[in-house]
Design a binder for this molecule. Sequence first.
Ligand SMILES: [Zn+2]
Length: 181
Amino acid sequence: MLGSQRELLNKIQFQAGMSLHEFLRQYGTEEQCEAALSVSRWPQGWNCSRCDGKRYCCTHNGRRLWECLDCGYQSSSIVGTVFENTKLPLTIWFLAIYLMAQSKNAVSALELKRQLGVSYKTARLVKHKLLQTMLLREEQRRLDGRVEIDDAYLGGEKRGKRGRGAASKAPSAICGSDTNK
Ligand SMILES: [Zn+2]
């Protein structure tokens, strides 16, 4: 679940310096936010997270639901994301991400409360959840950086996870020298 949260927030970033007007034009309604989420989750078209099926039908219960025609699994675009299990509209979440991403300094919970029009408690929760997810993303970015260095060290070859993991421990073994084993 953390993986998908991280991935999703990665994709839902707003161009630096995007005006509030432009932001609201693109993400001002629940439908727009939901559509943006769906596209970033399933860029190649919807697929079932349980059986990987691609055939679905759609229903609606306040939110759009995809039902897999092969296994019957129902999912919405927020399942497994940081937005799940809250009653907050996606527009509020998106606006919070926008505000936090645009601000050079950390946005205080009080400021979020004012801008989002929610309670202080909710503003704090939103901030906490988003910061947590952003931190994960940052960690991942650094991790990727290290992986790239490892790959360069090993001659730029793309290696599988197992290879990379082993590489940090014993590069020489990975480089194909069986005599070192
Ligand atoms: Zn399915």
